[in-house]
Design a protein around this ligand. Structure first.
Ligand code: FEO
Length: 392
């Protein structure tokens, strides 16, 4: 095996797995793969925090075996039921037969729906509960909806180490295990993509939890995805900004096209706006939706364009609208545009979604069949108007 376990603190080891091949995480296009981080704490009571996706079970066990016999594990902390973290739990329980599973109450019911847990011993914990494992004491903080209702994080006080599960994670397969090795700004970039596609709907809960951990001394954050933060302040500050939807003077134009008409309108709007603000232009079938949502996270305005098909939105744009709607971006200016042949309907449906998201909706632009030079000028002027509104 190429990558061995890694000591991250005295007697605390990374024993996770790198998934170089995965490109889809429940429809979140992960263009550089993923990591499933599990951590092993050697103390009087040997504790494994989280596991890995099931197909990497043997890799995790090999890494544990470099350090101890896995049958000696006393506690398995399950911070989160989702199977990218719990997928190897049942198999490691078959080896560490007497290990007690530590999780939240919702965690227990979720785990028992995924696995046959009738013979498992559980220790159910809630925020503030502590578990002494020897020299160390583990403290648990529930983090519901970050990313499922069952989530919690585990704090190792003496080591000032926060084992944060999904929070502060990044979907990236890399040989680097620390933010400083990957490059802190590069790590922030991947964390932003992760936040935009997983945690964006939960900004208010993120802010509440960040407040709750304000007094906690954190020297290192070890999430269950991606690199470990030796600079926790940097990612905590970024999370505050993202949770607040702090935006820049930027327009994101997203479109699809049947016969190039909507594409030409999109380019004219983008060109008009580019004289005043930053512009990003995306084609919904050519570009990764995960990248589009990352740009939307901190954009002040979004223009979405689609041809009308069967009196409604062209299906690829409808799919993107469903994805965007589920992630609930906030505080945006919304502009719908598109071409149609006879009845129209696409811009009406796009506007309906903008209104549902409580966007500041501007007058849409609908153009019959192919745009004339005059109509393209109108699209350009719409871009100028969007830029002015962004800056006002
Ligand atoms: Fe990484 Fe919500 O699972």
């Amino acid at each position: 095996m190429a990558l061995k376990s890694l000591k991250i603190k005295e007697n605390i080891y990374w024993v996770g797995a790198i998934d170089w091949e995965e490109r889809d995480f429940h429809n979140f296009e992960i263009v550089r793969g993923a990591t499933y981080n599990a951590y092993l704490i050697i103390d009087d009571k040997i504790t494994l925090v989280d596991t890995v996706k099931h197909k990497f079970f043997h890799e995790m066990v090999e890494r544990i075996r470099e350090i101890i016999d896995p049958s000696q594990i006393d506690y398995i902390v399950s911070n989160h039921v989702e199977t990218d973290h719990s997928g190897s739990l049942a198999d490691i329980k078959r080896i560490a037969k007497d290990a007690v599973v530590v999780c939240t109450s919702r965690g227990k019911s979720g785990l028992c729906k995924h696995f046959d847990c009738k013979d498992w011993e559980f220790k159910v914990v809630k925020t503030g509960d502590e578990l002494k494992i020897g020299k160390r004491t583990l403290t648990f903080i529930e983090t519901p909806m970050l990313h499922w209702p069952d989530n919690m994080v585990t704090y190792v006080k003496g080591d000032k180490l926060l084992l944060s599960n999904d929070a502060f994670g990044q979907h990236i397969a890399s040989v680097e295990r620390y933010d400083e090795e990957l490059g802190v700004e590069e790590a922030i970039k991947w964390a932003k993509i992760y936040y935009a596609n997983i945690l964006m709907p939960f900004g208010e809960l993120v802010k509440k939890k960040l407040k709750e951990i304000e007094g906690v001394q954190i020297g290192m954050i070890a999430p269950s995805h991606g690199v470990i933060w030796k600079n926790p302040g940097r990612i905590i500050e970024a999370y505050k900004k993202w949770a607040d939807f702090e935006a820049e003077d930027k327009l994101v134009v997203v479109y699809d096209t049947m016969y190039n008409s909507t594409a030409r309108i999109a380019r004219a709007i983008a060109e008009g706006a580019s004289k005043g603000v930053k512009v990003r232009l995306f084609h919904v079938r050519r570009d990764a939706w995960s990248e589009i949502m990352t740009e939307i996270l901190d954009a002040k305005a979004i223009a979405i364009g689609a041809p009308t098909m069967h009196n409604t939105v062209f299906p690829p744009v409808a799919g993107f609208l469903a994805y965007m709607r589920s992630l609930k971006p906030k505080n945006k200016i919304g502009v719908a545009f598109g071409s149609y042949g006879w009845g129209g309907g696409a811009v009406k449906e796009i506007n309906r979604i903008f209104e549902e998201l409580k966007f500041d909706v501007m007058e849409p632009l609908q153009i019959k069949y192919r745009p004339t030079e005059d109509e393209l000028r109108k699209a350009f002027e719409l871009g100028v108007e969007i830029a002015e509104k962004i800056k006002s």
